[in-house]
Design a protein around this ligand. Structure first.
Ligand code: HEM
Length: 364
């Protein structure tokens, strides 16, 4: 199902049997505030029976706090900055291959996915075979993140999760015996981490770290091809431009919570036990918060947006995603200044959660 955003900051949705939060201030209040749970089990029902334990995204304090504190140091902007030359090299290699064999390419399959995939595979040090397994299984895995997954979504998600775990299990065993410099070895060295948390973290990083960033790159490329007058602003200030793309073409449309206590959200009473869906994309275009929100303006003075969430679940990989997009998009348009899409209509992937293209055919 899809969840309609509303001009009203908070509305009740019959299909969802929950509240939809589309206002910026109200969305920030839920994401930052106490009294909300990210644990799908808090809502009851069998939908999330397939969610394994130890997945940061679905944990609440104090367990969440403990795991997050262990993982955070590896993902700070400073820790990641040393990856910049590597990110640039990966982007260049991918761009070298883009029109190597034909003068038309699918930018999603042949560039947008390959860049984050190569980097997350490198971070976890899983080689080309690992990258292939990740690429094959992620689309199935992320179906579990649909707002109301169907039986088929859950089945596909569970199957993908099993495949990934089967691939990772021997790798984890090997790294435990012979640790390397990689992130998995670093996790395994932490005595506070349960093996199931290491496994769950690897699977989460894979899914979260590759699908979302591919969508940011794809959405950004499409927006720039549609409005070429913005390209100079991209080159003049890649970081500022990427913030505006995150705001206006938000790759992750929603986040879910359960109310643990009664709340007042912009005048709407939300009783304990309610399901709440936060439309971060709508919040990022809330006219009460942003002047002329429908206009893409890559030179807009950046202000905090909610594309990476907020509060204690704020995206762990935000610095990595920013690094990848600020290296990929300017290099793409520097290399191919006349890049044009041949798709009369963009092929958006049918998803309640992700705003991303299924394919984006381009010519240099
Ligand atoms: C959490 C978006 C890239 C790892 C989140 C959340 C959002 C988000 C909205 C919060 C969800 C919630 O509050 O329920 C994005 C977007 C990305 C991106 C738009 C790219 C443009 C990445 C990357 C990684 C990553 C590259 C890892 C390498 C995570 C993790 C969490 C998370 C582990 C859970 C954090 C927690 O629960 O404490 N992301 N993400 N993300 N993201 Fe990202």
């Amino acid at each position: 199902m899809t969840v309609a955003a509303s001009a009203e900051p908070v509305t009740w949705d019959d299909g969802l049997q929950g509240f939809v939060v589309s206002g910026f201030d109200e969305a920030a209040q839920v994401l930052r505030g106490p009294g909300w749970s990210s644990d799908p089990r808090a809502l009851g029902g069998d939908v999330f029976a397939a969610v394994p334990p130890g997945v940061l995204l679905f944990m609440d304090p104090p367990d969440h706090t403990r795991l997050r504190r262990l993982l955070s140091p590896a993902f700070t902007p400073r820790a990641l900055e040393r990856f910049r030359p590597r990110v640039a090299a990966v982007v260049e290699t991918v761009l070298d291959g883009l029109f190597a064999e034909a003068d038309e390419a699918d930018l999603m399959a042949e560039a947008a996915y390959l860049i984050p995939l190569a980097l997350i595979a490198e971070l976890l040090d899983v080689g080309t075979e690992g990258a292939q397994v990740f690429r094959a299984e992620t689309p199935g895995l992320v179906r579990m993140l649909e707002v109301t997954p169907t039986a088929e979504d859950i089945e596909r998600g569970a199957r993908a999760s099993n495949e990934l775990m089967l691939f990772l299990l021997p790798l984890l065993t090997e790294r435990r015996r012979r640790p390397g410099d990689d992130f998995v070895s670093a996790l395994l060295r932490m005595p506070e981490l349960e093996p199931e948390e290491v496994m769950a973290t690897c699977v989460l990083l894979l899914a979260a770290g590759h699908e979302t960033t591919a969508n940011l790159i794809g959405n950004g490329a499409l927006a720039l091809m549609r409005d070429r007058s913005q390209v100079p602003a991209l080159h003049a200030g890649p970081s500022r431009a990427v913030e505006e793309l995150l705001r206006a073409e938000t790759p992750v449309k929603l986040a879910g919570r359960a109310a643990l206590t009664d709340h007042d959200l912009g005048g709407t009473h939300v009783p304990a036990g309610s399901r709440v869906v936060i439309r971060v994309d709508a919040a990022n275009r809330d006219p009460r918060h942003w002047p002329d929100p429908g206009r893409l303006d890559l030179a807009r003075t950046p202000q905090p947006h909610l594309a990476f969430g907020a509060g204690h679940h704020y995206c762990l990989g935000a610095a990595l995603a920013r690094l990848e997009a600020t290296e990929a998009l300017p290099r793409l348009f520097a290399r191919f200044p006349n890049l044009t899409t041949t798709d009369p209509q963009p092929h958006w992937r049918p998803s309640s959660t992700f705003h991303g293209l299924a394919a984006l055919h381009v010519r240099p």
